[in-house]
Design a protein around this ligand. Structure first.
Ligand code: 5GP
Length: 217
């Protein structure tokens, strides 16, 4: 699994001041900065859609969206692939399916990873599969999911991940399509949550210490 190029966000990137952008008032005090503005996410997603189209165009694909955090990225990515299919001679017929994984409590990855629903992925047998994930941290989730998906013998598996964290003990498992490579910080927004909060935030932001305390379980 080699990663193609991605937008690299350096360790010293402070993010944008929150006052420069709109965000819901109910999260004031809970965030430190706007890390990746929504518009930049959308522009990068548009380019990823083009790369995917270039590689997989004219094949039938099954998109496998990893819930919950992956729903927004998956919806926007599929939307852009659809736009490309409308506006060119190449098309990418897609079906979309969902799988739900859970491993995080507070901001810590837990050992036990649960696959919730759609355990039977026999509909993937012989198909070209595009797994769409919001974030790859240690890569444990992706590794487990790949093993699970591979057992159903798809013809091909590609992975698109919006964010990949630079972490010391990563599994070395990287998506084929990466939006942004980011420092090892806990981020929320654009469907990424902290104990189910912040999914209703359009920018990707860094949570503040008081935000972490406020929503701790
Ligand atoms: P991994 O197995 O790669 O360590 O963890 C991947 C999962 O952890 C992701 O699918 C996501 O649910 C969660 N995760 C990892 N880092 C972050 C983060 O910075 N913010 C949020 N909201 N979730 C994260």
């Amino acid at each position: 699994w080699s990663s193609s190029s991605s937008v690299r966000i350096n360790d010293d990137w402070p993010g944008y001041s929150l006052e420069l952008f709109n965000y819901p008032k109910h999260y004031s005090g809970d965030l430190e900065c706007v890390y990746i503005p929504h518009g930049v996410i959308m522009d990068r997603t548009e380019r990823l859609a083009r790369n995917i189209m270039g590689d997989l165009g004219d094949h039938d694909i099954v998109v496998l969206c990893v819930l919950k955090a992956g729903y927004q990225f998956c919806a926007d990515l599929v939307e852009r692939i659809k736009a490309l299919s409308r506006n060119s001679d190449h098309t990418l017929p897609m079906s979309v399916n969902f799988i739900r994984l859970k491993s995080y409590v507070n901001d810590q990855s837990t050992e036990d990873l649960h696959i919730v629903g759609a355990e039977d992925l026999s509909f993937l047998t012989g198909k070209n599969v595009l797994i769409v994930e919001a974030i790859v941290d240690t890569g444990k989730t992706m590794k487990t999911l790949l093993k699970h998906v591979e057992a159903f013998r798809p013809k091909m598996i590609k992975v698109a991940g919006l964010l990949v964290k630079r972490v010391p003990n990563s599994s070395g498992c990287l998506p084929d399509y990466v939006g942004f490579e980011i420092p090892n910080r806990f981020v929320v927004g654009y469907a990424l949550d902290y104990n189910e909060y912040f999914r209703d935030l359009n920018h990707i932001c860094v949570i503040s210490e008081s935000g972490k305390l406020k929503y701790k379980v």
